[in-house]
Design a protein around this ligand. Structure first.
Ligand code: NCD
Length: 296
């Protein structure tokens, strides 16, 4: 696999094969079993031009677990502050020996441009509003390991869907894996096109959902929190009581506690939120290993 910029061109078989590998690494990590350090000596570079905790650190941990040497560009304290262009920064990272480039950026097309400019395998760690493929995969892996399957599940994605790259990735891939989606949020946060079921009334759906996938309102992309948001869409104890006994709550993080989710739900028995974080490491190991396998 020559990097991972988007899941949208991938077949269900290809996605399942990556998830199988993620599953294998997850088992190995959990049981402290050894695995091949297939990236030994490979230089993997994290270039995050937007804030990140989970994604950046789990890529770092995944690369280290596979034996890679990891470089990190921190735009806050790098030549970006002196006006260096994205292209020049990325060519610099290439000249420093980068063999796999992991990039997060506010622009939708940054990963594609990075691949064009550098010729390197590029892994998209979140680009603008467009996609966040390893988040999609780790979510699918978390769902698969919890329910045993993705096929047939009713999943409600709730919140600022229009501005969320996480939602964009889930909307493309989860139906491909056989799940049924409902997109729920205030009118201004719903996508304008697509064939998914749209709704502005969360309560109407609660008793039918297997998964409530909550999103953060993306203030950095110009979204404004509607004044009645918490009342209409906040997931608290009373809404959690309306869910099926087996239903779970997911969120990609970071959480805005008290807005889209309350403390008792985030930290409660239905929450898969930290399980999502944990699955980020084996899933990114699978993506890095598949990418490393195609290096000359
Ligand atoms: C998300 C992102 O940056 O797209 N976070 C993440 O990677 N887990 C979601 C968000 O910031 O709301």
């Amino acid at each position: 696999m020559k990097g991972l910029i988007s899941l949208s061109g991938m077949s269900r078989n290809e996605i399942d094969a990556l998830l199988d590998e993620g599953d294998r690494y997850a088992d190995a990590l959990m049981r402290s079993e050894p695995f091949d350090r297939v990236l030994t000596g490979t230089v993997v570079t994290n270039a995050f031009f937007e804030a990140s905790t989970r994604t950046r650190l789990s890529f770092q941990r995944a690369a280290m677990a596979l034996g890679a040497d990891i470089l990190s560009l921190d735009p806050e304290v790098s030549a970006t502050q002196k006006g260096e262009s994205l292209r020049d920064s990325l060519l610099t990272l290439t000249a420093l020996g980068t063999e796999i480039l992991i990039i997060r950026h506010a622009e939708d097309d940054a990963p594609l441009l990075a691949a064009e400019w550098t010729g390197l395998p590029v892994i998209n760690a979140g680009a603008g509003r467009s996609e966040h493929p390893t988040q999609t995969l780790l979510d699918a892996l978390t769902i698969r390991r919890h329910f045993g399957h993705v096929e047939g599940l009713e999943i409600g994605i709730v919140g600022d869907i229009a501005n969320s790259r996480v939602a964009a990735g889930l909307i493309t891939t989860l139906p491909e894996l056989g799940a049924r989606l409902r997109l729920i949020g205030p009118e201004e946060f719903l996508p304008v096109a697509g064939d998914q079921r749209l709704s502005v009334d969360l309560d109407e759906h609660l008793s039918e959902l297997d998964i409530v996938y909550l999103l953060r309102v993306q203030h950095e992309r110009g979204a404004v929190l509607p004044p009645d948001y918490v009342e209409r869409f906040g997931m608290g104890a009373s809404r959690a009581r309306m869910l099926k006994e087996t239903a779970v709550v997911m969120h990609p993080g970071p959480l805005n506690r008290g807005v889209e989710i309350t403390d008792d739900v985030a930290d409660g028995p239905r929450s898969l939120i930290l399980s999502q974080v944990r699955h980020g490491v084996p899933m990114r190991m699978a993506v890095l290993a598949a990418t490393g396998g195609s290096l000359p």
